[in-house]
Design a protein around this ligand. Sequence first.
Ligand code: HDE
Length: 713
Amino acid sequence: MSTKKPVAPPKSALAGTDTLDRGNTNAKLHSLEKFRSDATGQALRTNQGVKVSDNQNSLKVGARGPSLLEDFIMREKITHFDHERIPERIVHARGVGAHGYFQSYENHSALTKAGFLRDPGHKTPVFVRFSTVQGPRGSGDTVRDVRGFAVKFYTEEGNFDLVGNNMPVFFIQDAIKFPDFVHAVKPEPHNEMPTGGSAHDTFWDFVSLVPESAHMVIWAMSDRAIPKSLRSMQGFGVHTFRLINAKGVSNFVKFHWRPTVGTCSLVWDEAQKLAGKDTDFHRRDLWEAIEGGDYPEWELGVQVIPEENEHKFDFDLLDPTKLIPEELVPIMPLGKMVLNRNPDNYFAETEQVAFCPGHIVPGIDFSNDPLLQGRLFSYTDTQISRLGGPNFHELPINRPVVPFHNGQRDAMHRSTIDKGRASYEPNSIDGGWPKETPPAAQDGGFESYPERVDAHKVRQRSESFGDHFSQARLFFNSMSPHEQEHIIAAYSFELGKVEREFIRARQVNEILANIDLGLAKRVAQNLGLPAPKKGTVAVRKTAPERSPALSQANLLSGDIKTRKVAILAANGVDGAAIAALQKALAKEGAHAKLLGPTSAPVTTADGKHLAVDASMEGLPSVAFDAVFVPGGAKSIQALSSDGVALHYLLEAYKHLKAIALAGEAKQLLAVLKLEADAGLIVGGDAKALKAFIAAIAQHRVWEREPRAKAVPA
Ligand code: HDE
């Protein structure tokens, strides 16, 4: 006998439930929508379609058992559960995805025959997955690491995957070194530590022995490796690709994504604390932004290099450890991408999405970059074990929006029921279908660019790949003073975790000294090593010697759209000051959350009850861009003796955030022993709020950084 009967949901619970189209145009466009399954109003059934009457008790002989093997309902349920996990990605295991669309600004047919770049009226659905590289699926979001930035364009000519990173170069030049690099950076094999980071012996052993990694490693030691949010990251295709127009003219291109909210980072102490206080910090931010209608946007652009200019640079276009300074080749904007819908199901969409740099469409082609060439093979290969066979393209998230027919058949998990008898070509019994499509200006079959190649078959690295330090130096020289300090601190921190002194010394003397002697000396000093006197190789000058486009100091949006402000309040708070701030922020497109000593509502000085969004412990300062403390004598008295509130402010100060102290909150300056500065504003009137907003737009109060080091938060 069942102890509990299934209860039909009340009618009211069904009202307004999710439908496929949540007002997003792209939802309708995508063929995967027909695979979404909604259980609302449905009976619980087994996988064979049998209605289940009792989902609480297994089948037993008598109420106290024994249990019966014939209980097919329990066996089916537990068997399925036993196999719920699939292998996580070997790299980029932790990720988060979102749906959206891409729209071309204009007809770029002079550049490419790819349809999605020719029709400005068409919205091409996209699915994007952002990721960290080193850590497993459950690791922290804010660790120091490269971020993956993979975009699947579901175009009318098939899927195009732009599988990039948030940094424009890579650690190695040849795919054959990838397993070595990944084994070195991953947790060490004997104790599986550390999780999510590169601060350990095997990583630094490898990179100090492989000078081609120098450029990418300095990017990884820069603020780029601790992004503020996924929404504020730039993205890069890294390799040189080709775009080909209808006349067969090919240009080399480098792909770039630029976020409209600007590019900025966490500070290191904040990143470390967030890894514990909110492991999901980045995925939560992305999710909440999309749910709240702050749709993240990027502009896709390309640097275009005519074929005849291939050899006009002081580096090789095929070398993935080099970037093309934007000052040499500006970025040509192509269109914009908007992410406007969260997935319905993490596993079905974000976990099962299978990207591959080899997924291209007519009008796009590869270059001979030897790293890219290896990737073309690796991604499809890895899906075969990760997704259980060669039919992963049939999973809804991976299906193109165009129908596809070919002679491929069978294999594990085949879901298409192919009709007809001929799964071979040519055939005469199924009318010869499906048939080839010759290449054409539009809607033609894919045609590889007919590049002429005439050379010996060799295992060699081109001499043009031989310069490993000049662009690392260009990067360091292009940083603002505070960014340079962060790089010195990051090398010192990471190498400080390396147990073997000879590895630390090799990195300092044979890598850093060739990038910049000043950098090498500072790191040597922090590690207690003798300072190198000169580098080990001659490093040539780059032209330009500085690239301002590389510094995040030049990449802010100038506004405070979508920024988050914490309001600290206790009973007796000045309600009018809160309302004034909320109004000012709303006008700027920023958001505020009210935090109290606990999650209980606070009472304003004039007796109103205000619901709080969380307690100060529940939403710590690291989750916000700025902090506002309204006046109210009693509230300030309470906050002045509340260790959590005081720590909140000291921590925000230490992390160089804008802080405004309105009315009686001014008294907190003395309690905290802090002095007002460009970002620590005293006052709550219109002028003070304007200054507060201007300080938030600067993202951090960099000039405070030397003073903030003394703050014990
Ligand atoms: Fe990847 N990479 N990679 N990679 N990579 C994978 O593919 C690989 C490289 C990148 O969100 C794997 O499906 C090789 C560069 C991203 O699902 C694997 C080489 C760049 C993602 C693989 C590289 C990337 C991956 C693991 C050197 C930036 C996550 C699971 C030859 C341009 C995609 C998978 C997602 C994932 C191989 C180098 C970006 C093992 C062999 C360079 C964003 O196939």
